[in-house]
Design a protein around this ligand. Structure first.
Ligand SMILES: NC(=O)c1ccc[n+]([C@@H]2O[C@H](COP(=O)([O-])OP(=O)(O)OC[C@H]3O[C@@H](n4cnc5c(N)ncnc54)[C@H](O)[C@@H]3O)[C@@H](O)[C@H]2O)c1
Length: 317
């Protein structure tokens, strides 16, 4: 029976737990946080709603209670404050991720690990290095949320169900992310064909606006309400479904690249086939020149953040 543990019961961890409770995907949901009362409060609240949801054992626990998990989701760590980038969180959160691993290592068993803590590409790499686990088992939520935001923007402006929009964002989950315009499909049509048939003629100017909106989504939400939680928890639910049900879905999770697109030794989002083994396969394809350049730039941004950490992280393994 599927068991999911969530380490970090802040706004993101609690929303993920609640989203999973509604989904009925996991029969056991374990919440762990250094602030035990925070986890306990969320758990009590969710348990009070069990009459209305699929049955699940939802509990607050400590690291040993993560034993037997199919998936461990890590959301522990500081979040962006207004005007902070995700990369500004590196130092603080690396220490937290090292602490999480130290306490969790004996209880990971055969679980897959889904990193959500930002900057998620860096944290995925750090977890991979300090744990020494197989790269397919550790992945980050990456640009799954950004891809959903891209689809939402397209669907909203073109007045079409987001489920009929196919669009990916790849690269860093952050400022240098890359929107794959060359691969957008609306109702199976290329953008050119779809826009031609629509005839509103807004394509050129709208692209720039969409691009800005998607890239700055988190900044806008954080400016208004202080944090993001709903979008990310739905993205995590989607990833969790693909893994627990072995769906072999294609999702842009952050994964270690080993030669794909000519990139090595960096975790970045690219379309991956996700199943019960975690990242079953990375899907590579042809990108437009500017997209490939953008991906390389993104790898450079993450690579230099990793370079600064390398000594610290590897030393402590
Ligand atoms: N990847 C994404 O798409 C995405 C989206 C939104 C937020 N995030 C990231 O998720 C993280 C959490 O955000 P939040 O809004 O829930 O923050 P939050 O401050 O509400 O919660 C963080 C929680 O982590 C806990 N924590 C800190 N150190 C810990 C440790 N060593 N062990 C266990 N728990 C520990 C804290 O007690 C707190 O409850 C942030 O890094 C944020 O940037 C990622």
């Amino acid at each position: 029976l599927p068991k999911v543990s969530i380490i970090g019961a802040g706004d993101v961890g609690a929303s993920i737990a609640y989203t999973l409770q509604l989904s009925g995907l996991a029969t056991e949901i374990m919440l762990v946080d250094v602030d035990r009362d925070r986890a306990l409060g969320h758990v009590m609240d969710m348990n009070h709603g069990l009459f209305f949801t699929p049955p699940a054992h939802i509990a607050a626990g400590d690291y040993p209670d993560c034993s037997g998990s199919d998936l461990i989701i890590v959301t522990a760590g500081a979040r962006q404050r207004r005007n902070e980038t995700r990369l500004d969180l590196v130092q603080k959160n690396v220490e937290i991720i090292k602490d999480v691993f130290k306490r969790a290592r004996a209880f990971i068993g055969s679980a897959k690990i889904l990193m959500v803590t930002n900057p998620v590409d860096v944290m995925t790499y750090v977890m991979l290095k300090i744990s020494g686990l197989e790269p397919n088992r550790i992945f980050g939520s990456g640009t799954v949320l950004d891809s959903a935001r891209f689809r939402y923007q397209l669907s909203d402006r073109c007045t079409i169900d987001p489920r009929n929009v196919h669009a990916y964002v790849i690269g860093e989950h952050g400022d240098s992310e890359v929107l794959l315009w060359s691969q957008v499909r609306m109702a199976g049509l290329s953008m050119e064909a779809f826009c031609g048939a629509c005839g509103r003629g807004c394509q050129g100017e709208t692209r720039g606006l969409i691009e800005k909106e998607v890239r700055n989504s988190a900044y806008h939400v954080i400016e208004i309400k202080g944090f993001t939680n709903y979008g990310v928890s739905l993205a995590v639910r989607r990833i969790t479904t693909a893994v627990l049900r072995n769906e072999l879905s294609v999702l842009t999770v952050s994964t270690l690249l080993d030669g794909e697109y000519g990139l090595h030794g960096v975790c970045l989002s690219v379309p991956c086939i996700l199943g019960q083994g975690g990242v079953e396969r990375i899907v590579t394809g042809t990108l437009a020149n500017e997209e490939e350049e953008g991906l390389r730039r993104s790898a450079g941004v993450i690579g230099s953040a990793l370079h600064q950490l390398e000594g610290i992280v590897l030393k402590e393994r």
